[in-house]
Structures are given as structure tokens and as C-alpha cells.
Ligand binder design. Structure first.
Ligand code: RTP
Ligand code: MG
Length: 147
């Protein structure tokens, strides 16, 4: 199976609680390679731009206020079948419904404050990685020797 990339965000709640290191270690243990990473504090407009697809939904204002309240850590991750595997590792959107051992079960508090974001499909992942990282910050998708 080919290598694939996904966009991961360690959300404000998890960064505030100093869970970023544990989450990153878990992702590496699950076979993901960090291809790019940064800590940023989104403005409200930047959060709205990222979640544009959800504009008009009941939770949109709350979601964008939350995502812009304090810094996040954004990662471009690579492994085989990265999009689907990452979503398995973070678990269901609502931590109360997430499987035991998943990142949202371990570190999420509520459906609004659920510790992590992951792209929902490969086309979304490409758009989301490009939203946060310039081309020079992300190396080309691997041949075996690429770093
Ligand atoms: P994400 O995009 O953050 O990885 O989460 P997701 O795919 O599992 O869920 P999505 O439907 O894309 O929703 C984005 C985020 O909006 C918040 N949300 N709140 N109160 C609600 O009913 C509700 N529904 C969604 C969640 O924080 C979710 O992660
Ligand atoms: Mg989503």
C-alpha cells in the first residue's frame, strides 16, 4: 500500500493540559512519521477558514471560538493508509463514544473539546496540509530515500 499523508491538529484543550507530548509519542508509536510540525495560535478568521465546510451548522461559532482560544500544534503525518488509520487512533468525534485507548477517549473532555483533529479523506488532507504549510515546509511524498 502506498504512503499517504494526513493533517493532524492537537487542539487547544490538549495543548493547555500539556498532553501534546503524549499524543505525539502515541502517533509515532502507531507508525506515523512527522513530515512537518508547528505551534500556532489561530485567529478567529483563520479558524473559520479552516472549518469553512461547517459554516452555518449549529456548532460552528463554538468550534471556531474554541479553536482560536489558545495555541494548537499542527502536524503533517505520513504512513501507509494514514487518513483512515489516524482516524482510528483518535477515535469517534465524541470522546464519550470513542473506543477505549483512543486519543479522544484518553484526552478529550466533550464533543466540543475533543483533543485532536484529523482529515476525513485524502483530498481533504491535501487541502488541509496546504492550509497550514508552505510547499518548502513539507518535503515531497516519499520515494524510499526521501526524508
Ligand atoms: P475534526 O474535523 O475536528 O477532526 O472532527 P470530526 O471530523 O470527527 O468531526 P466533524 O463533523 O468534522 O466536526 C468538527 C468538529 O466540530 C465539533 N462538533 N461539535 N456539538 C456538536 O454536535 C458538534 N459536532 C461537531 C467537534 O469538536 C468536531 O471535532
Ligand atoms: Mg472533520
Amino acid at each position: 500500500m502506498a504512503l499517504e499523508r494526513t493533517l493532524s491538529i492537537i487542539k487547544p484543550d490538549a495543548v493547555e493540559k500539556n498532553h501534546a507530548g503524549a499524543i505525539l509519542a502515541r502517533l509515532e508509536a502507531e507508525g506515523f512519521t512527522v513530515k512537518a510540525m508547528k505551534r500556532i495560535h489561530l485567529t478567529r478568521n483563520e479558524a473559520e477558514g479552516f472549518y469553512e465546510e461547517h459554516r452555518g451548522r449549529g456548532f460552528f461559532d463554538e468550534l471556531c471560538a474554541f479553536m482560536s482560544r489558545s495555541p494548537i500544534i499542527v502536524l503533517a503525518l505520513e504512513r501507509e493508509d494514514a487518513v483512515a488509520r489516524y482516524r482510528e487512533v483518535i477515535g469517534a468525534t465524541d470522546p464519550g463514544k470513542a473506543a477505549e485507548g483512543t486519543i479522544r477517549k484518553l484526552y478529550g473532555a466533550s464533543v466540543g473539546e475533543n483533543a485532536a483533529h484529523g482529515s476525513d479523506k485524502t483530498s481533504t488532507a491535501a487541502r488541509e496540509i496546504a492550509y497550514f504549510f508552505a510547499g518548502y515546509e513539507v518535503s515531497p511524498v516519499a520515494s524510499a530515500s526521501a526524508s
